[in-house]
Design a binder for this molecule. Structure first.
Ligand code: SAH
Ligand code: SF4
Length: 345
């Protein structure tokens, strides 16, 4: 719940207003696990509150640990589905990659989450629980909404989760350390940018509209030029950083024409493009661009004035790398979370 929601709750119960702030302190600063731990609330109030509300903390079901140190946690959702969350150490940084949906309806041809289709939206609580409930929580330096799902297709819950992560009444994380990745549907994106001041990563993947509609079928109704125009317009009075992502697919979107048209599309923007090596999975016949060619593609972009980097692949051996997060219903082989593999122990 946001502070606003807690304020409404306090009003409904005819509690003093300051009670909302007390509740957010208990939830987000003291990390209580049940209403009964809220010791400055009268026992009768706690009992009444427990009839309508709960502190829904769910520990992870399992953890998988990659040889490169990346961890993949799984969590059960209210609808008894399973979602995945990746935790990626990189030098001083510890980045948490959150899921926002079970599956995804955008259906990008290269993405295993997309192949699941959409099974459901996560609530703000289920999004936050992926942060709240892992042993490394207090060491996390960065959060990215780059796990399962298209965050702007679950706008209300994602906005509430961003508030709880960044506001002082919530977890109080720096907005500059949070990045939301999206295919960028202009209308929900506009609403998101009006309300949340975090960094943005836009999944581009090709500068050509028709091809983009084939690779990212859920963007069919949207105009790429309108999206870029909107981002340019925003950049004038908005200092937040926008970057782009581009999955490198051999023989599909990695020609020099693609590089030139991408540089032209983004010309003059204060931005950066992240080239992501494609992570293959069973179920399509797409092939990764060879590393030497990714370097050539990057050099060509740089030559045309765009800042381009190649993203390091992490967590491949445990299917935690970009685009590989996808789950069956519970019941497949698991490794339980135990004190032994918990870094907090
Ligand atoms: N739905 C959002 C965020 C989740 S996907 C989005 O698409 O931006 C996060 C990133 O993983 C996206 O840039 C996506 O294009 C990339 N990705 C998806 N499948 C991939 C794969 N098989 N290999 C590498 N990157 C992939
Ligand atoms: Fe959805 Fe992102 Fe995967 Fe596309 S890449 S199917 S938008 S999760």
């Amino acid at each position: 719940m946001t502070l606003e929601g807690l304020t409404t709750l306090a009003e409904q119960r005819q509690w003093p207003r300051y009670r909302a702030r007390q509740l957010s302190d208990w939830l987000y600063h003291h990390h209580v696990e049940q209403i009964d731990e809220i010791s400055n609330l009268a026992r009768s109030d706690r009992e009444l509150l427990s009839q309508s509300h709960a502190v829904r903390v769910r520990p992870p079901l399992e953890v998988h640990i990659s040889s490169d140190g990346t961890r993949k946690y799984t969590f059960e959702t209210d609808s008894q589905d399973v979602i995945e969350t990746a935790l990626i150490p990189e030098g001083e940084r510890l980045t948490l990659c959150l899921s926002s949906q079970v599956g995804c309806r955008v259906g990008c041809v290269f993405c295993a989450t997309g192949a699941m289709r959409l099974r459901g939206n996560l609530s703000a609580g289920e999004i936050l629980n992926q942060y709240r409930s892992i042993p490394e929580r207090d060491r996390i330096t960065n959060i990215v909404f780059m796990g399962m799902g298209e965050p702007l297709d679950n706008l209300t819950a994602v906005i509430d989760a961003v508030y709880a992560l960044t506001e002082q009444w919530g977890y109080g994380m720096s907005r500059r350390r949070i990045t939301l990745s999206t295919v960028g549907k202009p209308e929900p994106l506009r609403r998101f940018l009006d309300r949340c001041d975090v960094r943005l990563a836009v999944s581009l993947h090709t500068p050509f509209q028709e091809e983009r509609r084939r690779l990212l079928p859920g963007t069919r109704g949207y105009d790429l030029n309108e999206l870029i125009a909107m981002l340019r317009e925003r950049a004038k009075d908005d200092s937040r950083r926008v970057s782009f992502e581009y999955v490198m697919l051999d023989g599909v979107n990695d020609s020099m024409e693609h590089a030139d048209a991408t540089a032209a599309l983004l010309a003059g923007m204060d931005t950066r493009i992240n080239l992501i090596p494609f992570h293959p999975w069973d179920g399509n016949n797409l092939v990764p661009t060879p590393p030497a060619h990714i370097t050539r593609f990057r050099d060509r972009l740089e030559h045309r004035g765009l800042t381009a980097t190649v993203r390091a692949t992490r967590g491949l051996d445990i299917d935690a790398a970009c685009g590989l997060l996808a789950t069956q219903r519970p019941g497949r082989a698991t490794e339980p979370v135990s004190a032994e593999n918990s870094p907090a122990s």
